[in-house]
Design a protein. Structure first.
Length: 191
């Protein structure tokens, strides 16, 4: 893998300013894969490839399919990861690539979906994982309060942590929260 590109470094500077616990979230996502034999990874909402980069450092023999709806971010990821990943333009609403995968990961993407779409996504992820595989979601969560605002704002708001765990459970996973901060969390779904 290559050193982070100038574009990736600039993006990371912005996100670290907006999310002071960004690096902790990324570390906890990778830590949530400890003890798992990982040959195939599906990274959904890849962005600049930072999550994939960190996962490949922890699992250097793994292959990654990196999917994101933003072509510019995928290019940054391609510049950073080179031929260590298969890059695809797409989003969380589309059918997942042919599995089975050992690990499906998504960092800071699921919260952008409508709640009903989140539940459907978790069901698709369950079908795409091998038996014993793992789903790792590192994402924004809403503190245990109701958000003010109109229904459209609430319709795109992150889930409360308990709701996120419940959605993952309803998809057939055994869920476990491995880390949570004020408004970020890592939830693992074991198949």
């Amino acid at each position: 893998m290559r050193e982070p590109s100038q574009a990736s470094a600039a993006y990371l500077e912005v996100i670290r300013r907006e999310l002071p616990e960004y690096d902790r979230l990324q570390d906890e996502v990778v830590h949530a894969t400890d003890g798992l034999a990982v040959a195939r990874i599906l990274d959904l909402g890849t962005g600049t490839g930072e999550t994939s980069r960190r996962l490949l450092l922890a699992h250097p023999e793994a292959s990654v399919i990196a999917i994101d709806p933003d072509a510019e971010l995928l290019q940054i990821a391609r510049d950073q990861l080179g031929d260590h990943a298969d890059f695809r333009l797409g989003d969380l609403y589309e059918p997942l690539p042919h599995g089975p995968f050992d690990l499906i990961v998504s960092a800071l993407s699921v919260h952008t979906m409508r709640p009903i779409d989140r539940s459907q996504f978790f069901s698709r992820a369950h079908r795409a994982l091998r038996s014993g595989g793992r789903l790792v979601i590192g994402d924004a969560v809403t503190p245990g309060i109701e958000l003010p605002g109109s229904p459209p704002l609430q319709d795109r708001a992150p889930d409360r942590l308990e709701t996120l765990v419940e959605r993952i459970s309803q998809a057939g996973f055994t869920p476990k929260t491995t880390w949570s901060g004020a408004d970020l969390a890592v939830v693992v779904g074991q198949k």
